[in-house]
Unconditional design. Structure first.
Lengths: 181, 246
């Protein structure tokens, strides 16, 4: 825009300062590097979600048991969550992998991860010895076999992926870009 | 028409190409249908063990899905109650039985404690077999013959070294003999076991225990309070029971 120079705040140095800021801004908006970072975030979060969902979806009873082992929800509600969660994980994961409704899918994925972090912390804080059941399995295990810090660390990493995509849903090779421009 | 009006109309008109709202609606519909179907399948798999018999075994206390009272005819209000939740295929339950079973049985026989055993069967789900449910049904049939405690011990004594190997029907019959079920009682036991007469009870115990917050085995409750983590030795158990006795 031709007026931009004159509308620049007077405290900015007249030379490159403003232009550099503008450059960073447009790099964030349309740059190739952030697009590729976004693509990676999308694929990591999406593939992990699909993997986690697929490991559980064929065994609903086991999945319900894994949710019940956290002792957060009531018996029946935990059952419904156990049955539904794998399906939701797979669908949100698929949306992320193809890059459709990226911001919304990432927000859902991120919220799920936050819920998982809460659940794992809850079990850890209460001294339960359980497998998180994140990728199948689940239920009571020996105290020496628990790996709460690792589970939480993994989920924090996935929350970061989700947060990036919510903040900047534009990614390389996304269906969003192809369909909606 | 003003000169720029045409442009404005063109900009306001929907762009050519797919409509995000329609795609969004389709995705949402797939999600909802998927979730509903998953819950329906999950619920049906839960009640899948169609009851061929729904008789409640002898010795069950605390409702149709309650545990079986060991070595006593009725609950005594004057002594504490120890509820043990276990699964015949759970290795730690086998170790628990070895370490605490004889003590609990002795105290039950002496009338010092109400020893109630809840046999769960969720490991069938985890291990992909039906040994826990079959063994629990067989143990419930032994309860009808007044030999639950003996049968229960016999099963745990023969627990396979490898979790998941389970129990054969022939083994279940051996346990009946070990438990001292003989003659006509053995015939009745065999029929009860083969017909799965307590299949519904087995499912009820699993559900009732789950609703009582038992999500892992073994779980031990003293007068309703979970004391599993405090049980290091048999003496620790005896001390706690004595403390709870008024």
């Amino acid at each position: 825009m031709p007026q931009s120079a004159s509308s620049r705040p007077s405290w900015l140095p007249a030379s490159e300062g403003g232009a550099e800021l503008m450059g960073l801004k447009s790099q964030w908006d349309t740059g190739r590097l952030p697009d590729v970072i976004g693509l990676l975030a999308r694929l990591i979060l999406g593939v992990v979600l699909i993997w986690a969902g697929a490991a559980k979806v064929t065994q609903p009873a086991k999945s319900a048991l894994a949710v019940r082992a956290f002792k957060i929800l009531t018996y029946d509600v935990a059952g419904y969550v156990g049955y539904a969660l794998p399906v939701v994980e797979i669908l949100v994961g698929l949306l992320l992998v193809i890059g459709l409704f990226t911001r919304l899918s990432a927000a859902l994925g991120g919220l799920m991860m936050l819920a998982f972090i809460f659940g794992i912390s809850w079990a850890w804080a209460h001294g339960y010895s359980i497998d998180c059941g994140c990728f199948g399995g689940g239920g009571t295990i020996a105290a020496s076999q628990t790996k709460y810090p690792l589970d939480i660390l993994r989920d924090v990493g996935l929350v970061i992926c989700a947060a990036w995509l919510v903040a900047r849903p534009r990614t390389a090779y996304s269906l969003d870009h192809r369909l909606f421009g | 028409m003003r000169p720029d009006a045409k442009k404005k109309i063109a900009a306001a008109a929907p762009k050519k190409g797919p409509n995000p709202v329609i795609i969004g609606a389709v995705v949402a519909a797939v999600l909802i249908v998927g979730v509903v179907v998953a819950i329906l399948i999950g619920n049906s798999s839960k009640s899948g063990t169609a009851a061929s018999g729904n008789a409640v075994p002898v010795g069950v206390v605390g409702g149709t899905g309650g545990g079986i009272l060991v070595d006593a005819a009725a609950l005594k209000s004057s002594v504490p109650t120890v509820d043990v939740y276990a699964d015949f295929q759970c290795p730690i339950c086998g170790q628990f039985e070895k370490a605490f079973g004889p003590t609990l049985t002795a105290m039950a026989k002496a009338g010092e404690v109400n020893y109630v055993v809840h046999m769960m069967s969720f490991l069938d789900t985890n291990l992909g077999n039906d040994s826990s449910a079959r063994a629990t049904n067989a143990a419930a049939c032994a309860a009808d013959a007044g030999k639950f405690g003996e049968y229960h011990s016999a099963v745990f004594a023969a627990q396979p070294a490898k979790e998941g190997d389970g129990y054969t029907n022939a083994q279940l019959t051996e346990f009946a003999t070990t438990a001292g079920i003989t003659g006509p009682a053995l015939t009745t036991w065999q029929k009860c076991t083969t017909d799965g007469q307590h299949t519904q009870y087995v499912a009820d115990v699993a559900t009732t225990s789950g609703k009582a917050g038992v999500t892992g085995t073994p779980t031990v409750k003293l007068d309703g309070k979970d004391i599993t983590k405090t049980l290091t030795t048999a003496d620790a158990l005896i001390t706690q029971v004595k403390l709870a006795t008024k």
